[in-house]
Design a protein around this ligand. Structure first.
Ligand code: HSE
Length: 438
């Protein structure tokens, strides 16, 4: 039974996500009202240009360029315009006037999240952002609520669909990075500025958001270690496949125990890495996203689905809208996320990981011993060595060594690579890549 007054919903932005949010709100109005216990009335859609061509058939009377008046008359504001400004100012205006806000804006949350959450807390409003990470996949609410009584130890995610598509095409169709990027561009997968995807910035923003929820800690974006996929080669792909691995751009958030060299904390990082083909993330193909969460009591959990797309992102926003509307009906202030743990974000050097290193060396006595000594000098244990011969025309034969290490600190592993580069036993280093998920 619907007893509560209609709730006024303002939408900021009418792009591929906004137009789907509006369509679903209008189409599912009766069903949503029954679920919430109040009508959800779309009172307006703020856009920059009233004459722009738009998807769908939304009533012209809903559109306005006066975002501020729209915001001030709303109970709940949905921001899907993207970018930092004016999105930030509009969200602050909405929160400061007591409205709940739903946003899909990962860049804004990753850079100005503290300011926005503080503003919400001041007035008892709530900021919802399920759509900001991995679009349709429920991952924010599971971290914020379902796992709030557990202790998350590690998150490993494929949270950028376009780079997963590119790496997948390199793997399955043998494409070069450049050719796979052209395909991803033609399919509209890449951001307007593709470096946000291929240099790992988008994944880093999402990693910062996930880590802050998982570890109850503020995670400044600049403390997220980041490497993109632009140095991944077709040769690395072939070698990975031969060895039973697949290369994925991983966003990793994990607790790091204290060691002799320093305090414990968390690590938040993004880089391409080898993972075993049989790992659950190894099966994530095309532009799909997945987040693999490990928690002390729950064990391993896998969240999988569409990490982009207008209607998929709108699904997450509508879920947040129902939550926000129910809270209005039930009454009571919004609940801030806790950042009580305040754990230090540790530098990449403190991370424990494995490397796979491919070297060209002269095929002569004593060379293998010199290479092995370099690892021993830095206390890094070798797990696997594979040697193949590669003839080089007009020169002595060169052996290709593929060396896999046991787990060691990233500091020690990168010191090994630097020492190998300087060693007269080594002619070339053709690949250095981390190994995760084993
Ligand atoms: N550029 C993002 C991706 C879109 O490729 O996943 C969704 O955030």
């Amino acid at each position: 039974m619907i007893e509560y007054r209609p709730l006024r919903v303002a939408l900021l932005g009418a792009g591929s996500v906004g137009s789907q949010v509006a369509r679903l709100l209008l189409t599912n109005r009766v069903e949503l009202a029954a679920r919430v216990g109040a009508e959800l009335e779309l009172v307006g859609i703020a856009v920059r240009n009233l004459d722009a061509k738009r998807e769908g058939d939304l009533p012209a009377s809903l559109f306005t360029t006066d975002a501020e008046t729209l915001i001030l008359g709303a109970d709940i504001v949905i921001e899907v315009m993207g970018g930092i400004e004016p999105a930030r100012s509009y969200i602050l205006l909405a929160l400061n006037s007591g409205s709940d806000v739903i946003t899909a804006n990962k860049a804004l949350l990753a850079t100005h999240g503290t300011e926005l959450f503080d503003a919400a807390e001041q007035v008892g409003a709530q900021l919802y952002f399920e759509a900001a990470v991995a679009a349709a996949i429920p991952i924010i609410r599971p971290l914020r609520e379902s796992l709030a009584g557990d202790k998350v130890t590690r998150i490993m995610g494929i949270v950028n669909g376009s780079t997963n598509y590119i790496l997948d095409r390199m793997d399955t169709a043998g494409l070069s990075l450049e050719a796979a990027m052209v395909e991803a561009t033609d399919l509209g997968y890449l951001e307007a500025d593709p470096s946000l995807d291929v240099e790992g910035f988008d994944a880093a923003q999402k990693a910062a958001i996930l880590a802050s929820l998982a570890f109850h800690t503020e995670v400044p974006l600049e403390q997220v270690y980041r490497e993109g996929i632009t140095k991944v080669t077709a040769e690395q792909m072939i070698a990975a496949k031969r060895d039973g691995y697949v290369i994925k751009l991983l966003a990793i958030c994990e607790r790091i125990a204290a060691d002799d060299s320093g305090e414990g904390g968390i690590s938040v990082r993004v880089y391409p890495a080898l993972i075993p083909q049989e790992h659950p993330l190894g099966a994530v193909r095309g532009a799909f996203n997945a987040v693999f969460v490990e928690a002390e009591a729950a064990g391993a959990l896998m969240f999988y689905g569409s990490g982009a797309g207008g209607v998929q992102t709108a699904s997450a926003i509508l879920g947040d809208l129902v939550s926000a509307a129910k809270r209005h009906v039930a009454g009571g202030p919004g609940l801030a996320d806790s950042v009580h743990a305040n754990l230090p974000v540790l530098p990449i050097e403190r991370v424990l990981t494995r490397y796979q290193i491919t070297l060209g060396v002269a095929d002569q006595p004593g060379v293998l011993a010199k290479v092995a000594q370099t690892f021993a000098d830095h206390d890094v244990s070798i797990e696997t060595v594979e040697q193949g011969l590669r003839a080089v025309a007009g020169r002595k034969s060169v052996a290709l060594l593929e060396i896999g290490t046991h787990q060691a600190s990233d500091a020690a592993l990168s010191a090994v690579v630097a020492a190998l580069a300087a060693s007269d036993a080594v002619e070339s280093i053709s690949s250095v890549i981390r190994v995760e998920g084993i």
